[in-house]
Design a protein around this ligand. Structure first.
Ligand code: SF4
Length: 367
């Protein structure tokens, strides 16, 4: 019998599984807490369970975390993790230390089918969608590794070491994270698993994350943006815009042909924001392509009137791609045009460029 995977199951699913074994619902609460809060990976270690139940769980189920195949440490403190999944597929997850609250950048697909011209992940194509458990597992494993002071410190979740119960207390109590679904893949093309992972992560007290601390970035899958707006539990929405005319955007992001800028902006305009919430528009600046004052003025027209902010990023270089990062003064001039029109615009510092961990650089690079 193939053991049933527990990581990625919601409480209702655990209730059903245990009810079929004649166990009361409170056991599902205990099991949920063991998986997501205590972060146990061996059912035998669930000390609140009677021996017979632990033995049955160990025989018929499993809790599988991704394994850390390699860990890369940037000069700015960013860590990129190359993770191996149960079927041998590999993905990447990034930890960006930021004072009191670190940010974990999570992948939702192995590779990506969207084919943005400026992104190294696109060169991989789509390998497969990730399961909810594999999405949640990234946050658990990176949080566990991130508690360690040195890369590749003795760690049972690194590749080649046995699965076993592993619980390491955080020296300063519960760690707190921002989670961004901006790693490999287009989250809205793996909608159900991503939203399930969001619900699980929001319920995972051990990570100290609420949905207000989660941001999902999309290239602009319009029908799924509409669906996301109706979710009772959802992350904040970021839209990767990157151009102000359909001609340029279609060249940079071929999906714009299917969902042009007007339809994307309409979906953003009617997206139901919570009190105090703002949309984020991400704009990767490519030298000589989308970084002119005329682009900035068109961007003002597109986002003006929306409750939104703009994150500007100079392109993060990828050796195989034919683009250049604009000089700093051009980025500043672009920001100034937005600021003059009272659009909140921030220049996002690149993180982990030296280890290929920055936005658009995740391509399972190993050297
Ligand atoms: S930018 Fe995002 S959506 Fe576009 S190819 Fe890269 S990973 Fe996919």
């Amino acid at each position: 019998m193939v053991p049933a995977e527990l990581l990625g199951l919601e409480k209702t699913e655990l209730v059903a599984l245990l009810a079929a074994w004649g166990e009361p619902p409170y056991r599902a609460d205990q099991l949920f807490s063991a998986i997501y809060n205590q972060r146990l990976r061996d059912p035998e270690a669930i000390s609140t369970f009677p021996r017979a139940l632990r033995t049955r769980l160990a025989a018929e189920t499993r809790i599988t975390w991704p394994l850390v195949e390699q860990e890369f440490l940037s000069g700015d403190g960013t860590r990129r993790y190359l993770l191996r999944l149960d079927d041998g597929e590999t993905i990447e997850t990034v930890l960006m230390p930021e004072g009191a609250r670190d940010t974990i950048c999570i992948s939702t697909q192995a590779g990506c089918p969207v084919n943005c011209a400026f992104c190294l992940t696109a060169l991989l194509g789509l390998k497969r969608n990730l399961t909810a458990g594999e999405i949640v597992g990234q946050a658990l494993v990176v949080a566990e590794c991130g508690m360690r002071s040195a890369p590749n410190a003795e760690c049972e979740i690194h590749s080649g070491t046995p699965h076993s119960a592993l619980r390491i207390p955080h020296s300063s109590g519960t760690p707190h994270y921002n989670l961004v679904f901006m790693g490999m893949g287009e989250p809205l093309l793996n909608y159900d698993a991503t939203l399930k992972a969001v619900r699980l992560l929001a319920a995972c007290q051990r990570l100290g994350v609420t949905t207000r601390r989660m941001t999902l970035s999309t290239a602009g899958i319009v029908p799924k943006i509409e669906a996301l707006g109706k979710e009772p539990v959802r992350p904040k929405l970021a839209v990767s815009l990157n151009a102000t005319t359909d001609e340029v955007r279609t060249r940079l992001m071929p999906l714009n042909k299917k969902w042009p800028i007007a339809s994307l902006m309409e979906a953003c305009r009617v997206f139901p924001l919570r009190p105090g919430e703002r949309l984020t528009f991400e704009y990767v600046l490519l030298d000589g392509i989308n970084d002119t004052p005329a682009d900035a003025r068109r961007l003002v027209k597109l986002v003006g009137g929306l409750r939104a902010k703009v994150n500007l990023m100079g392109w993060n270089p990828g050796p195989e791609l034919p683009y250049r990062t604009p000089p700093e003064e051009r980025v500043l001039a672009f920001q100034q045009v937005l600021a003059d029109s009272r659009i909140s615009a921030f220049i996002r510092k690149p993180r982990g460029r030296d280890i290929f961990a920055a936005c658009g650089q995740l391509k399972r690079t190993v050297a």
